[in-house]
Design a binder for this molecule. Structure first.
Ligand code: ZN
Length: 205
């Protein structure tokens, strides 16, 4: 019996987004290596296509960022888009890594044990991409908790506060005094709220 060759690993779906016009006021691209983010992109390859008119796409293959651009795009636009896609894919990879490492789940169980007697149950718990100004959400009906990936750049005690906050929503869906009494079991609640307000991400649904 012959061994079949291993099935090729499917490439992740390219991040794709509509192409807005280039805004020079945006300024030069900034580094993606700040804020402790791992450097995942080691080389960049630009592929232009005459057929591609309206979209930019990118994918990451073993550290090589491949950016697909419309043929007509200028060099200035190219630089902006390469940087934008690099940031987007690096942040997606970081999110994936965080979500698959089990670390968030362990931390949530720890908070559950410490502040809720270990009684809480949730259906999913994940970091998600751009949540605008929201740092987290809890869908009470399904028990799905989502945290903004921006929390990954914040101190652990702030992340713990957000975890406790979202976990408390499993018991109390609103922001009533009963809710805050639960959250304030976490001793750094006031400090963390102040931190988030200063970051402009206090609003939360
Ligand atoms: Zn809330």
């Amino acid at each position: 019996m012959t061994r079949s060759s291993p099935a090729p690993v499917p490439a992740p779906a390219p991040a794709q987004l509509p192409l807005p016009s280039y805004d020079p006021a945006e300024g030069p691209p900034t580094s993606t290596r700040e804020a402790g983010g791992a450097v995942l992109v080691h080389s960049v390859e630009v592929r232009r296509s005459a057929r591609r008119k309206r979209t930019v796409a990118a994918r990451l293959e073993a550290g090589n960022l491949i950016v697909f651009l419309p043929a007509r795009m200028s060099q200035a636009e190219e630089a902006v888009w390469v940087e934008r896609m690099r940031r987007r894919l690096e942040s997606r990879e970081r999110r994936r890594h965080q979500n698959s490492s089990g670390e968030l789940e362990r931390r949530a169980q720890e908070m559950n044990k410490r502040y809720f007697g270990g009684k809480l149950k949730w259906s999913s718990l994940n970091y998600v991409g751009n949540q605008n100004s929201r740092y987290g959400s809890c869908t009470v009906g399904t028990g799905a908790i989502r945290l903004s990936e921006s929390l990954l750049d914040m101190p652990g005690w702030v992340r713990d506060y957000v975890l406790v906050h979202e976990l408390a929503h499993l018991l109390v869906p609103n922001h009533s005094p009963k809710f805050w009494a639960l959250v304030e079991r976490y001793p750094l609640t006031e400090r963390a709220r102040g931190y988030l307000i200063a970051k402009g991400v206090e609003t939360e649904g």
